[in-house]
Design a binder for this molecule. Sequence first.
Ligand code: SF4
Length: 357
Amino acid sequence: MEAWKEQLHNHVNTIDRLKEYIHVTPEEEEAIGEMKTKWGTTPYFASLMDPEDPDCPIRKQVIPSLKERENTFGIPNYLIWKENRDTGEVRPDSIARQYDDRIAFTVTDVCANYCRHCFRKELVVDRDLKLRMDVDEGIDWIREHTEIRDVLITGGDPFILSDEKIEYVIRKLREIPHLEMIRFGTRAPIVLPQRITDGLKKILRPYHRIPIWINTQCNHANELTEETARAVYELLTCGVNVGNQAVLLKGINDDVESFRRLHQKLLTVRIRPYYVFYCEPAPGIDHFRTPVEKGAELIRDAIRGHTTGLAQPMYVIATNIGKIPLMPDYYIVDKNEKEYTLRNYKGKETKWPNMPE
Ligand code: SF4
């Protein structure tokens, strides 16, 4: 059996299996017993957890918490609202749309790691939202909609699919003349780097008019290992760039040191920081959410000016009407007809001429 399939076959999704990796606390044990949601991770990702520290940033993403019972700020039926599933346009369940020219194409609800903070948790973790994930129906819809240039293949985790299925989806999409790019959203390089096999590389590598891009999700520097570095390198040799979409998570990466280290270390494994998402108001994940301004403050205090521009993600809120970027609002202090007063990350100010139209 291939190593990645063994990882899934030996999924860590029972208390006994979890105890092979960490000292499970009574609270963790109670939450696992009580929460009737899907949970679990790969043996590889479990091995990165701190066995003694319940505050370990990887543990918190993997192990259910009793706090998931609380829901003060989450929006019920979040995914229906967020993905505009009850608006006028009739679309297959597999197609989520917030923009005119690009869509998200859901091909599976299975993941290698069931992230506790997942914004699609109603579909993937809680499983109270059922979607029909008919790949051919989705491809037919994309073919009929000539305004679509860009398809994000998502899930669940699309890299959970077999090589044959991934090859089929890519081949069919590449036959559509109006498509200009295919993107995959997958946590595989982080939670299942063994998935980047020779077989998968053979599917991704051939040169084609329509490029493939990958965005993964890494939320803490501890998730980055030699295995991830190797997997990303292998993807790059196939002409596939890997970007990162971190989620701002309270107690995991919402302090200056963790936030900076995450973004600096991503570049050391050739992953380009792309977005930091505000943790979305899906139900039952209040405990992961910070004030909205927090991400912009962290960009200012941890990254801007403190490390290379290559490590600068854009901080956004992903809403039902698309992503809204949130920039730190301190850069322009004042403005008059003649000049701007600008402030840098250290609080120093300078003047800049104001150019009339
Ligand atoms: S891998 Fe993605 S879809 Fe799956 S649980 Fe994690 S965040 Fe959600």
